[in-house]
Design a protein around this ligand. Structure first.
Ligand code: CU1
Ligand code: CU1
Length: 288
């Protein structure tokens, strides 16, 4: 049966409680840390050689769509009423409101060490120890808004600019693609520093702490953020009904990106699935 992913700001008290309880149970079972491991393994920048399945690449969107489905299935094995809610960061921009409430994700990290001190994912509450990361830190970290060097969340106008692009992706199919919806949404901009983090990337930086790196999955806001990114892909498809995932075919001999990006009908590791098979989610879930 087709299930609905809801706007996190519309969840009832009991929906919040069940979502949090399912996450804690998936963590307790050891399954959650496996998601962190997979994401770290696929955190490959385009400066390196080899296949890029997850980031700086056309398959950024289908890869994360499938990744979310796997987590969602793990949650639904615990409680089949649960789905991943989405965080619309163009609307919910307040540090003291959803999703940062104590009955959902908890609040900001403290000033001294960025440690999250409140809510179900605070280390001191005993149910969310970080075991897989790039450092030894056992507690979840956040720095909402980047207190020392503030940045703002992307706006509705930023989203519209990305949705307007009629082409899914363009050569060179990486973080430097100037045209194409995928790179606009993934958010690799020109130049350096915070001005070059746009859209999806900017939200990772805005949350800060674990969300700013390859171990971002440790913060459950990762799923709500990517559910909204996934929703924006759907919205873009509705706006450009003839547009499809690109590249349509394996890149030709002599193209520097041949063998490094995944074409529409090529298998997308670590799964046995193609971008083509993930373009339409309407038989599995919809957005409410
Ligand atoms: Cu990712
Ligand atoms: Cu991300």
């Amino acid at each position: 049966m087709v299930y609905t992913r809801k706007d996190v700001s519309t969840l009832t008290r009991s929906e919040r409680r069940r979502f949090v309880a399912a996450l804690l149970e998936v963590k307790r079972r050891g399954e959650y840390d496996e998601f962190v491991r997979v994401h770290l393994r696929y955190f490959v920048p385009d400066g390196e050689s080899g296949l890029r399945a997850a980031h700086m690449t056309p398959s950024f969107l289908p890869w994360h769509r499938r990744f979310l489905l796997d987590l969602e299935n793990a949650l639904r094995r615990v409680d089949d009423s649960v789905t991943v809610p989405y965080w619309d960061w163009t609307r919910d921009r307040n540090l003291r409101a959803v999703p940062w409430t104590d009955d959902l994700l908890g609040g900001n990290g403290r000033q001294s060490d960025r440690q999250v001190m409140s809510g179900p994912f605070a280390f001191r509450n005993g149910q969310w120890t970080i075991r897989v990361g790039v450092t030894e830190t056992e507690y979840l970290m956040r720095d909402l808004g980047r207190r020392r060097d503030p940045i703002a969340l992307p706006t509705t106008a930023d989203v519209d600019r990305a949705l307007k692009d009629p082409v899914y992706d363009t050569s060179p199919w990486n973080s430097t693609s100037a045209r194409g919806f995928r790179n606009k949404l993934e958010g690799w901009g020109q130049g350096g520093g915070s001005a070059s983090w746009l859209m999806h990337n900017r939200v990772h930086r805005w949350v800060g702490g674990h969300m700013a790196g390859g171990a971002s999955v440790n913060d459950p806001v990762f799923w709500m953020h990517h559910a909204f990114v996934d929703l924006l892909w759907s919205r873009w498809q509705r706006r450009h009904p003839k547009a499809r995932y690109l590249p349509a075919k394996r890149l030709p001999q002599g193209d520097a990106q041949r063998g490094r990006v995944i074409a529409r009908h090529q298998r997308m590791p670590p799964w046995d699935v193609t971008p083509d098979e993930l373009e339409d989610h309407s038989a599995i879930y919809r957005y409410g």
